[in-house]
Design a protein around this ligand. Structure first.
Ligand code: ADP
Ligand code: MG
Length: 455
């Protein structure tokens, strides 16, 4: 639901802020324009009347959560308070959150440069590639940002080029910690938030999401910066999943140093416990050398002089607490399970096996939040709408019912592709429908397994 939408139309164009004082949100934000639509809601540019000089422009994310009781947002607000205390130049600043007009709203820093996905598309279209220096500098910035958050035990869960913004040619990671704020720290959160291209094998197999799963996604981003294409591609959702889980690890073109390729391969190890942490990657001599060069550039000293959160001890205790109460593997558990995991991950998974593994996985999370159900439904609604827009209602219905049946009967990819191409020009246009079916199945498993997604 686009609850702020009408107000934006009202102030569209270059209306001076003073003339639209009636549209004040939370007694300080004035809507400027719509920036885009994300998986869970709409994103607006706002002007903060109480903002510091030069920092007035901010971003408001409006997430429709239905009829929330006040106590259901308490937990989310507590988490938001902690997020707001974190500061790092490579992380999009999280300012605050509040509930207004039945929407959960998040206020963050505005990044006027576009996102990395746009930048990559733009370069690709004009046949350009990034220089090695550019890639390494950006990669180091991302590593420093990820390390800062991981040190504070905060996971991203949806690292992708669309969540990385450019500001003065420096990269900033958006939405860090936001997934847990909205969905709780559970398996369902990853299933619904993650983008298949960047999802790790263990996340796809519901074997627990941890910091190493973020490292996998960062590896996919490094590959994309070098090759201008996704690390794992496919015509449909399931073929991408299969490549991630059992396909070969992609290799960088010869124009890149083999040391960089080695780093990439370690990040894309199918076994999470064998992947290096962000801190470990920063200590690899090849990266560390470039880090020293980066440190000597006076303009980016702020990467190393960090503000300490107001009360780090309280924050740390809080994060330990939520980490341990969730379905993610805690670090201690992780060590004990390493052996077991090694076996599981190296196992070859056939397509049927994988489908079973996915659908049999414990999809009902512990400690999930009341917001989950509405959020999941909103996401499904958006996906359906977007697919209908792309294919047209009639074709959508045909594709949807065909794919549902084909997946149930475990039809082969070739057979599916052939049949789809009778209805659409490219089978890949049905990607979203395939993903929608997968999500619907996940939600169905949750609601029929005796426990409810919410409460
Ligand atoms: P997604 O689900 O793809 O992560 P988001 O809700 O994060 O979507 O964002 C939707 C769109 O809004 C993005 O494509 C981007 O163009 C814009 N956007 C999001 N956050 C910011 C920001 N901090 N600064 C500028 N633009 C942003
Ligand atoms: Mg985002």
């Amino acid at each position: 639901m686009l609850k702020f939408q009408e107000t934006v139309k009202h102030v569209s164009g270059s209306a001076p802020i003073s003339t639209c004082s009636e549209t004040l949100i939370a007694r300080r934000y004035v809507l400027q324009q719509k920036l885009g639509r994300g998986s869970f809601g709409t994103v607006y540019l706002v002007s903060d009347k109480k903002g510091k000089q030069g920092e007035e422009l901010k971003v408001l994310k409006e997430i429709s959560v239905g009829d929330l009781k006040p106590n259901e947002t308490v937990e989310a607000n507590l988490e938001a308070q902690l997020l707001s205390k974190l500061n790092h130049p490579a992380i999009v600043k999280f300012y605050s959150s509040f509930v207004e007009r039945e929407s959960f709203c998040i206020i963050t820093e505005y990044c006027e440069g576009r996102d990395l996905d746009c930048k990559i598309q733009e370069y690709k279209e004009s046949g350009k590639i990034f220089t090695e220096n550019e890639i390494i500098e950006w990669f180091i910035q991302l590593l420093l940002g990820v390390n800062y958050m991981h040190e504070r035990r905060i996971l991203h869960r949806d690292l992708k080029t669309k969540n990385i913004f450019l500001k003065n040619n420096l990269l900033k990671i958006g939405d860090f910690g936001v997934s847990r704020l909205l969905m709780g720290s559970c398996d369902l959160a990853t299933t619904f938030i993650g983008t298949p291209y960047y999802m790790s094998p263990e996340a796809l197999k519901h074997q627990g999401y941890n910091t190493k799963s973020d490292i996998w996604s960062l590896g996919c981003i490094l590959y994309e910066m070098c090759c201008m294409d996704h690390a794992f591609t496919g015509h449909n959702f399931l073929s991408i999943v299969l490549k991630i889980v059992e396909g070969n690890t992609p290799t960088l073109p010869d124009r890149y140093p083999s040391k960089l390729n080695t780093v990439l391969h370690s990040m894309l190890n199918k076994n999470p416990s064998l992947r290096p942490s962000a801190a470990e990657i920063l200590k690899i001599p090849y990266i560390d050398e470039q880090l020293e060069v980066f440190k000597n550039l006076s303009t980016i000293n702020s990467y190393f002089i960090l503000e300490i959160p107001e009360d780090p001890q309280i924050a740390e205790e809080y994060y330990n607490d939520v980490f341990d109460s969730c379905s993610e593997t805690s670090e201690e558990e992780e060590k004990g399970e390493e052996e077991e995991e090694n076996m599981e991950v190296s196992q070859t998974v056939s397509k049927t096996n994988l489908q079973t593994a996915i659908s049999m996985a414990p999809a009902v999370p512990r400690g999930s939040r009341a917001i989950n159900n509405t959020m999941a439904e909103t996401k499904l609604k958006h996906m359906r709408e977007s697919a209908i827009q792309k294919l047209g209602a009639e074709v959508f219905e045909k594709v949807y019912h065909y794919l549902k049946k084909a997946r149930e009967q475990n039809a082969s990819e070739d057979e599916i592709q052939e049949c789809l191409e009778k209805v659409v020009s490219r089978a890949s246009d049905c990607f979203e429908v395939d993903q929608l079916l997968y999500f619907e199945e996940q939600l169905h498993i949750c609601s029929t397994s005796g426990k409810k997604v919410s409460h």
